[in-house]
Design a protein around this ligand. Sequence first.
Ligand code: 5GP
Length: 195
Amino acid sequence: MKELEKRIQADGRVLGKNILKVDSFLNHQIDPQLMQDMGKEFARFFADEGVTKILTIEASGIAPAVMAGLALDVPVVFGRKSKSQILTDDALTADVYSYTKQTTNQIRVDKRFLTADDRVLLIDDFLANGQALLGLKAIADQANASIVGSGIVIEKAFQQGRQNALDAGLTNVHSLARIAAFEDGQVLFVNEETE
Ligand code: 5GP
């Protein structure tokens, strides 16, 4: 998505070898117009999948997920992070290792909000090693819901996330921006034509 790539070029900051900071429009301050355009793009791409629900993870997945939910006219559920390992009968849970925070959180979703009848679109802000996506998959699997695709805002294609997701059985992984590499603080995108 050109609009997103341009914004990353203009406002993204590369930290260290692997981290892209985009807190001026996605992870802290949020650009609603860009979020809405991204939501529409997710809705266009997954239009034929019969999506009944979007599943994301707090906090940064929520903005793009809500915009996709608005465009697809379906509810959005987010996994709540908690340190508590107390299991309750009414929650679907999964452990997710956070790439940026290097801690493990349990994420939980109330069973009322995801059922075997649901056709679920997973959404998240970044795809790095795929832990968040796999946690969301585990939650959907516990509900016996069908996963029809995964929508990612920014994929770091030089990391293992896509492969890990495919290996776990996820298909239809679509990213709005795919980063091939960071070079001297610059962001290089995957050139889809030459891939
Ligand atoms: P994964 O679970 O795929 O290993 O990592 C994805 C999660 O880690 C995302 O939910 C995102 O919050 C965070 N993350 C991973 N890489 C980056 C990055 O380069 N920049 C930012 N801002 N977040 C990242």
